[in-house]
Ligand binder design. Sequence first.
Ligand code: HEC
Length: 429
Amino acid sequence: MQSFDQFILLSTPAHLSLVKTLLIIMFLLHLPYIGIFIGSSFFSTWFNISGRRKKNLLHSTFARDLIDTFAFNKSIGIILGVLPLLVIALIYSQILYQGNAITLPYLVYSFLPIVLGLIFVYIYKYTFHFDKGIFTLISGLGLLLLLAGYFVFIACIARFHDPEKWIFIKNPLQVLIGWNAIGSYLTFLTSSFAITGVSIIFFFFSWGDKLKGVKSDYIEFVKKFGLIIGLIFTILLPLFVVFYLINLPDIAFSNILIIISIILMILLALVTNLLSKMLQQSQTKFGTHAFVLFIVAFFVMILNSDTARENSLKEHTKFLALESEAMLAKLIPPREIEAGGGITDYAKGESVYKRVCSTCHRFDQRVVGPAYVTVLPKYENDIQKLITFVSNPQKVNPDYPPMPNLGLKISEVEAVAGYLLKIYQEEDK
Ligand code: HEC
């Protein structure tokens, strides 16, 4: 990965925590979108084929409605489908700087099948009205590319979260194969199908009046299909989440991770409850609730993976913080060393006073810090005490904020202490 690190700047801890927040946002934009995209184009292709074979108009209509509704338009495809991927790769290369040498390029390679897959499915969407079997084939191919691309993508991320194995990974197969990766991938697929079912209910029934004036047998068909798919996969999802958790590397675990997982389970149970209620009563009035809850569940799943990563990369993050400190130290030139005359070097003391202390102090008036005439008496006969205080200020007076450590050299502190006491005594006379 040396080649990748060339393009990346070492980040400071503050910058890193900013990009990690951005990472969560990117996943939250991307994963629900791509989940619905994959699920709906899968079912659209499926019903297209069966509509054609069995001459079933219901199926053909549903195939068209699905791809029309959920493959949104091209610009949304680029904004939610492609851009977040690039940002995610960039952020991971910062987080992993000088860490995971072999895996990062595979993350980038996975974009090729993913983008091709998106394009193929869009071709299917925009040629639907031609009603040609060949376009169904293209859609199927697009789906395969998407599924393969996301397997690589997710396997890479699972590897990133397993730093203990980094040094052992020498070839591509090791990047891809591992229970941890498979657990993440199955969770991804199941949640994709679950959110597709929930979205069918939300977008067809709760959002606008898509089905106005449509025959009631079609409405019943769509309702039942959405609810059943949503229900089956929402029920399956906790199993895969547990499978994913069991296969996480030990260092990824923490109590917080367990708490987040429990919250996730509760959310999924709520969605399951809403879906099964609607199915029993054959209505869709909780469509919006179920959809919103599911998006929240996605957010919690993303937090879950985020926490696992933070836990397992703790050491690497510390390493980056030290590296960036070292880098900054190199950038700031060392202050020139002046030959010191100790506490009697009044010229130097005066210059330190003017340059540093006078920002916050005057002799006879309160500024940010107290007036020197009020605080120097107690140091008058104990210059060493003053030197100690200025080199390492401690909280003294509750009326003032604490004085910061100014990072001065000891010779500078000595000089300024000598200077202050001299001026104070002169003024006193
Ligand atoms: C950024 C502002 C700031 C700068 C710069 C600063 N001080 Fe202070 N100083 C304070 C504040 C605020 C307090 C009051 C702290 C407290 O009471 O806890 C304080 C308190 C003091 C005190 C009184 C301590 C006591 O025992 O009550 C001394 C002496 C002092 N500063 C010396 C210096 C000297 C010498 C310098 C320059 C080398 C300096 N300060 C630079 C903000 C500053």
